[in-house]
Design a protein around this ligand. Sequence first.
Ligand SMILES: Cc1ncc(COP(=O)(O)O)c(C=O)c1O
Length: 440
Amino acid sequence: MSKPSLQNIRFSNKSSSISDTEIKEITSKFNTPLYVVDEQTILDNLSSLENSFNNYNGKTSIAYSIKSNFNPSIIEILNKEGILFDLTSLGEIYFFKQTNGNFDHILYTSITEEENEFVAAMKSGISKFVIGSYNGLLNLISASKLSQCRPKVLVRINPEIDVVADISASSSMGKFGVPVDNLSNDDAFYIINKIYDSDILEFYGIHFHLGSQISDPSCFVKTIDILASLITKLQSNIDNFSLPILDIGGGTPVKYIQPVPSPDDIGKLITDKLNMFIKSFNLSPTLIVESGRYLSAESAILISKIVNSKTYPEGKFHIVDAGYNLLLDSALMKQEYPIDIITKSEIHSYENIQIGGRLCDTLDTFQIPSDKKYPSAEIGDLVIFRNVGAYSIVFNMPFHCQTKPSILLRKRDQSIHIIREEENIEDLFNSEGGNLISQQ
Ligand SMILES: Cc1ncc(COP(=O)(O)O)c(C=O)c1O
């Protein structure tokens, strides 16, 4: 509940339900900057994503892409929900293992696809792999022989279409997946035939991932059309062809400032198309929807404090004790986060503001909508960045010798717990090579 004296401008209401009063209480006990993650928001977004694909005439599973936020407590929360996980590195496997994850729930999508990586993944208990190159297939075969495993394999296709998204993962001659029609061995049809010919691999399905923060979901429809041409060829070439899994990757967008299509709208568009697709090919794949951003972004806020301020004729420039070392995408992608200001005092006026971080770097300024006015604030007041749970904490970095701030979890019963301790400067110094040669 907000105190009547606190006036805020809210651009997004969904971003974690932590009230201004709670925020003030938290900052009376913990140093800023700090992140607060709301467990209920993660769970609400999981169920809203699940519900969005209810229209599919088959089974649907959600997979959490832990790259968006690998905090162990967040992995643990989603583990308890029994969902699948999209993992992509041996480091992520370690995190997953330490949080008692179920290895049957992992889809492992390596980018490097090295033999020793596959051997290590198989040793840890992973049995489902996504392959995105012919070289990757060969390495998976040799790793399977070495490990005496019979993995299930999905083939990642690159539809080579344009995707309207903050980050597109599909392009001609792109990094991810193989085309459906290629003259070389890096071709989905060729690779799938090889999997069927192999006595050590089991074909498990097709995967694609089109991008992150997709604002026009018609790319899914186009990709399913491209997939249809591949399935036609496969069905006429492989007698016992079946498609246990169709994994459509991630990309469900989050409303930061600009409106985005809702998961319901996206889910309806995709499932209407898929229902026709599976009917015409007489297939019944389980649909896997991956998500990092949608499951984690809205759950977290970053609380920062105004530590310096100056006045221009046009308005105020506030410097906060956070920086792009904590919100890298604000510099890298010009990501706009919804921002609220919580002031100590009664608000009498609104003004234009700019907000800069604490780093001595021109890029360290935050995107402020040009048409918004903010409550007049002063040093010591709070600046809250919302929807920061995805692709921000995982990018925390020590530029300017900055330590990582703590992360708090607000559990469903509203109790607050520290899920990452604030890093101290001695630990940072030591991890950066503080064991000086002169003292060895
Ligand atoms: C293969 C794959 N799946 C899923 C995701 C998650 O995407 P998003 O966070 O946009 O849902 C990514 C993100 O890079 C990815 O590479």
